[in-house]
Structures are given as structure tokens and as C-alpha cells.
Design a protein around this ligand. Sequence first.
Ligand code: ZN
Length: 199
Amino acid sequence: MELYSSYISRLIGELSVLPGIGNKSAQRLAFHIINMPKDKVENLAGAMIEARNNIRYCKCCYTLTDSEICPVCADEKRDHTQIMVVENTRDMTAYEKTGKYEGVYHVLHGAINPSLGIGPGDIRLPDLIKRLQSVDAREVIIATNSSIEGETTAMYISKLIKPTGIKVTRIASGVPVGGELENIDEITLSRALDARVEL
Ligand code: ZN
């Protein structure tokens, strides 16, 4: 016997696959949604579908964007010889919010994690190496998280790039160990950038 209407059960099932949403939260959200005005629910569902269908990877830095080239890469006033490597678009947004960084980015979409079987080829790392061969880069700033995966990735990138003669730096500590970049305040982030060290 269905505990709820089959529609509610399905909604709970769909919501509970989201990260951080357990069965209880999924139930709470499902009942909230069915009590929302119809047009609000349509807006929510429409935003999800539109985002999924229309967002793509920037051809240059691989951040998620609406256009072929993201606004940062398309901006001629930015310093295109300084490339900051981040794990995801959220981290890039965190650095953009500081308003202190004038270079461009490279978004890896993950970090090396041997225990999960994620190797260098599973993130946008080969794309970074290819990019560095075709652009005139003077500095690569590694701003991966200070988790074990982030540090492993930083070391790997450093070893790969250093022989090319391009300056490789790592954002300073002050970013707490295991800290997710996106949760760190803007002042700490810009300090970590200013105090970056050469690897
Ligand atoms: Zn871009």
C-alpha cells in the first residue's frame, strides 16, 4: 500500500537523490512544494530544466556558462597570462566576489582522488596542459581546496607545469585545512591570494 499518493512518493524519491537531502528532508520539501502556488512550482521546475538544458562549459576555462566563451575569458581587460586553477565554478565565483583578482581561471571540475578512482584524466587537467601550450602564460595560481584531494591535485599540477618554466604558485594558508573555498569569506580569500607562495 502506498503510504502517500503515488505522486508524492515519486516527488520524495526524486528529491532524495539530491546531495545533502535525506529522506526526511525530501519529505519536508515535497510537502512544501505541493502547498506552494502553482505558478511558483512551475517557475522552480522550469528553472531546473532551463539550467540543465542551456548551461555549457566555457571553451577556454571550462567554467559553467551561458555562452561559448564565459564573461571572464571574453574580457580583454583581464590578465590572460595569469591563470588560476580552481576545482569548480563555485570556487571561481568565490574569487570573483573578492573583486581582487584580475587574471583568468581554469576550472577542473573535481580533484584527483585515488580512493574514488578519480585520476588526472577524469578532471579538466589535460585541457589545462593543452591550454598552456597554446597561450602565453606567465603564472599558474593553484587554488584547489586544502583537502587531501586538493593538495594531491596541486602537487600533481605543479610537477607537470614547473618543467615548462611557467611560474607556479599556491594560494597561502589561512584557508583552513579541509576548507571548501566557497565557504570562506572574501577577505580571507584575497589574503590567501596575496600571500601565495611559489612552488
Ligand atoms: Zn571562461
